[in-house]
Design a protein around this ligand. Structure first.
Ligand code: BES
Ligand code: ZN
Length: 600
């Protein structure tokens, strides 16, 4: 395999990293670490192969809450001097290491702190099997530096290998070539031979088993979850084939999934070769698998071609949402993909409303200087980004656009790209001096202006039109039992629930619930949407379901609107605080940072 190493010499400055990659940059990482479930620490050696491009006397790494014990240079590990700069709340501290012009190896001996923000340590009770502890990391956006001293910028790529020591009863997996079973010793060796940005560094340790799904795909999960997961994700292989047909060869050999305990703060995380997913997509009917299409699509948009800075986040997520929907269309047809498109558009409208029409945060190109990128990254990048790409597709034609996207992925493979580089490429490879086309696409209006430009293709769905018809019947007083809901998927149910008025009578709530069993729904999307209505309408029959949900599920996307709805009244706020105090140990730091803000 040929791998192009990005020299990064033209990469734009990343305001979220202390590293100066144009001067001295890491190229390869050898990690040698031990995971200690008693002290909740990870400790060991991070050995970097570096390039001292500017013959400087120092190299800078990012750290946050890391104890740096010693730093060595060269194969013989001669001790060198180092310093930790002042602490910034989000960025942590720069680790500045003295090097020589010819230095090519730097070894950092370090230990994490028990509160490392990327890492969640779960006790056995917080897992499906209840027997063994569990650990997982979440590095995106700038949390890799809380468990590895690293040049933590998406504009810098490294290959890596790792030796990870864990309790002998557990299996370790990473965003790398993975073992498929425990070896009895608890020492595992990993290799990632394609250069990746730091936010894709990932580790999970637990009582995990592996189940192959096809020649290239499989699932890691706890034994208690593996059957359900294998059923739910059986079509992963087909998704991979559809993706390759659209945008070219899959460059990472295997594609496996890891199903995490419910505290996982996201729906999914596209760690290369091993997507991490929430168990809340195990709906038993394969209705929520577009999430896998999404994370798989990141194998091109994001992992292969990476946003150079978090201000260019839309390049990762906008392309991925667009690609996700194309995969779903390929597999399940346009009517199906259109439902996802409309639900996404609804999310976008809600986010635009929350941020305010003129908000600069509704531009595709962001300005996150001085802020935690995690707080600035929202549906705008995903859904406005997607609408922009759909708009280009609409104007240029699908074939032309697909050819362009293929070229884009090839031209920037294993490199980072910025909004400006994308714009140049768009002009060079698609617009090609055609003034009318340039005007119709009007990229600047999408990228640098807030809100939505006047001309865009507003998503519509034929299947949802039927849902709306049913809804009108209900609105006109038809009892739930008489409504036509035949063959509805969870997407149709979600659309229906989202249309229901914020204020309903107890009789209406009860009638709907008794007929459609929303409170006991096994579909997390349906249940979360229903719980919002239950809160707003003081529908106490859902109280227990609400508390169980909040006690177990740590997915931020669900928690935030629910806690916000609860906090809308003084009594509700009190209840929210009580539930939060109980449930907080089950949430990852990514979620609690946001919730602390809402509940303060
Ligand atoms: N890469 C994101 C998750 C992420 C974004 C983590 C920003 C940290 C900072 C992942 O691909 C994602 O978008 N997940 C979504 C699911 C998707 C189907 C929209 C999620 O977790 O909700
Ligand atoms: Zn994504």
């Amino acid at each position: 395999m040929t791998i192009i190493q990005n020299t990064n010499s033209t990469a734009p400055a990343d305001v979220h990293s202390y590293a100066r990659p144009a001067e001295a940059v890491a190229r390869h990482l050898d990690l040698d670490i031990a995971v200690d479930f008693h002290s909740h620490t990870i400790s060991g050696l991070a050995t970097y192969q570096i390039e001292n491009l500017a013959s400087t006397d120092k190299i800078i790494f990012d750290t946050r809450n890391l104890n740096i014990e010693q730093v060595y240079l060269g194969e013989n590990r001669a001790a060198t001097t180092f310093g930790l700069g002042e602490e910034d709340k989000y960025l942590g501290r720069p680790l500045t290491i003295s090097i020589k012009p010819h230095t090519s190896i730097v070894t950092i001996k370090y230990t994490t702190q028990p509160g490392a923000a990327a890492v969640q340590w779960l006790n056995p009770q917080q897992t499906a099997g209840k027997q063994h502890p569990f650990l997982f990391t979440q590095s995106q956006a700038i949390l890799a530096r809380t468990w590895i001293p690293i040049q933590d910028s998406p504009g810098i790529r490294i290959t890596y290998s790792a030796r990870v020591k864990v309790p002998a009863t557990l299996l370790a997996v990473m965003s790398a070539e993975n073992p498929q079973e425990k070896n009895g010793e608890g020492v595992y060796i990993f290799r990632m031979q394609q250069p990746i940005p730091s936010y894709l560094m990932a580790l999970a340790v637990g009582d995990l088993v592996f189940r192959p799904l096809g020649p290239q795909t499989g699932i890691y999960a706890e034994p208690a979850t593996i059957d359900a997961a294998a059923y739910e994700f059986a079509e992963m292989g087909k998704m991979l084939i559809a993706a390759e047909k659209l945008y070219g060869r899959y460059r990472w050999e295997r594609y496996d999934l890891l199903v995490l305990p419910p505290s996982f703060p996201f729906g999914g995380m596209e760690n290369p070769r091993l997507t991490f997913v929430t168990p809340t997509v195990l709906a038993k009917d394969r209705s929520l698998t577009s999430l896998v299409a999404h994370e798989l699509a990141h194998s091109w948009s994001g992992n292969l071609v990476t946003n150079a800075t978090w201000n260019d986040f839309w390049l990762n997520e906008g392309f991925t949402v667009y690609f996700e929907r194309r995969i779903m269309e390929e597999l399940y047809g346009k009517d199906y993909a259109d439902m996802l498109e409309v639900l996404g558009y609804q999310d976008l409208q809600k986010t635009m409303q929350d941020l305010g029409a003129g908000s600069k945060d509704t531009c595709l190109k962001l300005d996150l200087q001085g802020r935690d990128p995690d707080e600035g990254l929202n549906d705008i990048a995903y859904e406005k980004g997607n609408l922009f790409l759909r708009h280009i597709e609409h104007v240029a034609g699908r074939d032309q656009f697909d050819e362009f996207v293929n070229k884009y992925f090839n031209a920037f493979a294993f490199q980072s790209t910025s909004t400006d580089l994308f714009l140049n490429f768009l002009h060079q490879e698609l617009i090609k001096g055609n003034k009318e086309l340039a005007q119709q696409i009007n990229p600047a209006a999408w990228i640098f202006a807030p809100g939505l430009p006047e001309s865009f293709v507003k998503p519509t769905s034929r299947r949802f039109a039927k849902v709306e018809e049913t809804y009108r019947g209900w609105k006109n007083g038809q009892p739930a039992a008489q409504l036509n809901t035949e063959n509805w998927s969870s997407h149709e149910w979600l659309h229906f629930i989202r249309m229901l008025p914020e204020q309903m009578t107890a009789a209406q709530m009860t009638d709907l619930d008794h007929t459609f069993h929303f409170t006991t729904s096994g579909n997390s999307e349906v249940l979360a949407a229903w719980l919002l209505l239950a809160i707003r309408n003081s529908y106490t029959a859902a109280d227990e379901a609400l508390e169980t949900f909040l006690a177990n599920v740590g997915r931020r996307k669900f928690l935030v609107p629910i806690y916000k709805a609860l906090s809308a009244t003084p009594a509700g706020k009190e209840r929210a605080l009580a539930i939060y105090a109980r449930s907080k140990p089950n949430y990852h730091a990514v979620s609690t940072v946001t919730l602390d803000e809402i509940l303060k």
